[in-house]
Design a protein around this ligand. Structure first.
Ligand code: UT7
Length: 309
């Protein structure tokens, strides 16, 4: 869906959306396509790339804030779709930060030896939680999925550190307030569109910059690395202006960041892994290089991971 198409739906313009966010278009899943359908498609590609058979997978973690249903978990539906019959399955709720949280959960399981092969997915159908009358949010988000396989290989590469953080006192600033046990689905919830994403954009912007910059620096510090050692930064793809501001704070030129927000918008938990996948496929990241991933989302939650590729 292009900005021009959005101009037909809400009072906005390509000029406003592009200049304020860097987004030109986003993808919208088909009506009959749920989050687990996209997640399974990404999982199949990851398994093919890694040469992994479905029955080798011991754990599936799906990071999402748009699950198929309250339960069963989206991970259980993915298991069904891909035939990973030996896997334990769970979803992880950390909004946009979900993929890096899930990757660290997978890392913990794999590094203790409790799990040999973990399938970590970030997948979202954000289009179903958009208020398509609210121009301040509906222009920002898109649908998508990405997947990664984690194994303990003993090779001189992998996840070096992960920094995870949260501040639940600011939960009201970015939320889907209705449809859960606090405000169960009712006519009033629907009338007030409380089943849709609500965001205090300016506030979120400020906290996103501060927390992503701080957690990126913390991840580097823990490993005794500097920003100069990093070849590529994969930031949460929410807004190109947020990414620029982070760059200024951590002393990284814009060229060091991988950006695809122009083509996908903010895909929430799918954002980091979709960008990482693209960057790896198109040669932007090479074996042995340091990659810094950093993300921020509702909760608030944030995370940064430093990876040797
Ligand atoms: O993934 C989780 C993290 N989420 C984010 O990181 C999002 C963080 N926030 C942002 O990216 C930015 O705050 C936004 C892109 C949401 C908004 O940009 P902004 O520069 O902070 O704009 P604003 O909210 O201050 O709004 C400026 C003006 C307002 O008009 P007035 O009051 O100045 O007359 C808005 O009504 O822009 C107006 N506006 C729009 N105009 C055209 C808001 N949305 C639109 C729109 N088209 N889509």
């Amino acid at each position: 869906m292009t900005n021009a198409e959005l101009e037909q739906i809400v009072d906005t313009s390509d000029e406003w959306v592009y200049s304020r966010t860097g987004i030109r278009e986003r993808h919208i899943a088909a009506e009959n396509e749920a989050t687990s359908d996209m997640a399974a498609q990404a999982a199949r590609k990851a398994m093919k790339d890694g040469g992994i058979e479905p029955d080798e997978i011991d754990l599936i973690v799906v990071a999402t804030c748009t699950p198929d249903m309250a339960f069963p978990s989206t991970a259980c539906f993915v298991q069904k779709h891909i035939g990973a019959k030996n896997a334990a399955c769970m979803d992880l709720s950390a909004a946009c930060s979900g993929f890096l949280y899930a990757m660290d959960v997978g890392r913990q399981f794999v590094s203790t030896g409790g799990v040999q092969t973990a399938l970590i997915i970030g997948a979202e159908k954000m289009s179903v939680v958009m208020d398509w009358t609210d121009r301040s949010t509906c222009v920002l988000f898109g649908d998508g999925a990405g997947a990664a396989i984690l194994q303990a290989k003993g090779a001189p590469y992998g996840i070096l550190t992960s920094v995870l953080g949260a501040d639940g006192t600011l939960s009201d600033l970015l939320a889907i307030p209705g449809g859960g046990s606090r405000h169960p689905l009712s006519q009033q919830v629907l009338d007030e569109r409380m089943n849709c994403l609500k965001m205090a954009g300016r506030e979120v912007f400020k906290h996103a910059v501060t927390n992503m910059a701080n957690s990126a620096l913390e991840a580097l510090g823990r490993c005794g690395a500097t920003i100069e050692d990093v070849s590529c930064i994969i930031p949460h793809q929410a807004n190109a202006r947020i990414i620029q501001a982070i760059g200024q704070r951590i002393g990284a030129p814009l060229e060091k960041f991988y950006l695809n927000v122009d083509r996908f918008g903010n895909t929430s938990a799918a954002s980091i892994i979709m960008a990482l996948d693209e960057a790896a496929r198109n040669g932007r990241i090479k074996r042995g290089e340091l990659v810094l991933m950093v993300v921020f989302g509702g909760g608030f939650t944030w995370a940064a991971s430093l990876v040797e590729w």
